[in-house]
Design a protein around this ligand. Structure first.
Ligand SMILES: [Zn+2]
Length: 284
């Protein structure tokens, strides 16, 4: 009899515990309080109707997403606000997002920029110096025009080759010269870089700091917190396959959760014993 009561009580306690963990997880991962779940840095590439690659988002879809941010009281923040947040100073507006574009495609000027303006948002574009003023990419005049109007710019290096493929002198050239050129052309400091293909190593990080950058973004999934390594910052990918509105909302709202799955997947993949298990963990 006593045994029965005991197991009954343990059963009830376990059920309540699982329920509480579920409620907590739902509350935490669904939270839009940046103190709890960090700042999402959205990562786009192309915005056009011309191509149909993993990097391309249709302007109509981009418009729908920016409208959602606008209508749901999200606020696109500036690099300066992001910097202050990372240093633990200053409060951000409610539901902050940092909107970034990699590679410097001309459609960022033609399509994304007018849509951002329409919804009172701003964005940061990471430029590849060697591709500037070439077909399909931004011109310096377009950069200057957008820069005067609140858009911001960071480095995506000179050549866009992974920084891990260079020796130290090569890395230094890619980092320092791209920074200098962007600062000269915009007349504003360039403290942010997005590593090509998200690739880096210890030497690259050392040189990035040495060149005077304050922050570096990768293409790993996640949100950013003040205690994160400033040279290994995650973003929320809005590329990699066709991004539907559902994907967008899931990644925006539950990026803390999708990042957890994604990181667990990566971690398991690294270890011989858990390699097979990694296949079963989705990367949403
Ligand atoms: Zn790129």
């Amino acid at each position: 009899m006593l045994k029965k009561i005991c197991s009954w009580i343990i059963g009830v306690i376990l059920t309540v515990l699982v329920l509480l963990i579920g409620i907590f997880a739902f509350w935490y991962f669904g939270s839009t309080n940046y103190h709890l779940t960090g700042v999402p840095v959205l990562n786009y590439h192309q915005v056009n109707n011309k191509f149909n690659t993993v990097l391309t988002m249709k302007p109509a879809n981009f418009d729908e997403q920016m409208k959602y941010l606008h209508d749901n009281d999200y606020h696109s923040i500036t690099l300066e606000q992001f910097d202050a947040y990372m240093r633990g100073e200053g409060d951000l507006p409610d539901r902050p997002v940092l909107i970034t574009f990699d590679d410097g495609y001309v459609d960022n000027y033609e399509n994304a920029y007018p849509i951002l303006k329409k919804y009172h948002m701003r964005g940061t574009i990471f430029l590849i110096i060697n591709l500037m003023n070439t077909p399909g990419y931004l011109t310096w005049d377009q950069v200057k025009e957008m820069s005067a109007d609140g858009m911001e710019f960071g480095s995506h290096t000179i050549s866009h080759k992974p920084l891990t493929s260079f020796d130290r002198a090569g890395v230094r050239h890619e980092l320092q010269d791209s920074k200098d050129i962007i600062e000269k052309m915009t007349g504003k400091p360039c403290h942010f870089i997005a590593f090509p293909e998200g690739k880096y190593n210890d030497m690259v990080m050392e040189e990035t700091r040495g060149a005077g950058y304050r922050y570096a973004f990768t293409v790993e999934t996640g949100r950013d917190f003040p205690w994160d390594d400033p040279y290994d910052l995650d973003r929320v990918p809005m590329f990699e396959g066709p991004i539907s509105f559902k994907h967008f909302r899931f990644r925006l709202t539950f990026s803390a959760f999708s990042a957890l799955l994604w990181k667990t997947h990566k971690y398991f993949e690294h270890i011989e014993m858990t390699k097979d298990l990694a296949q079963h963990i989705p990367q949403p």
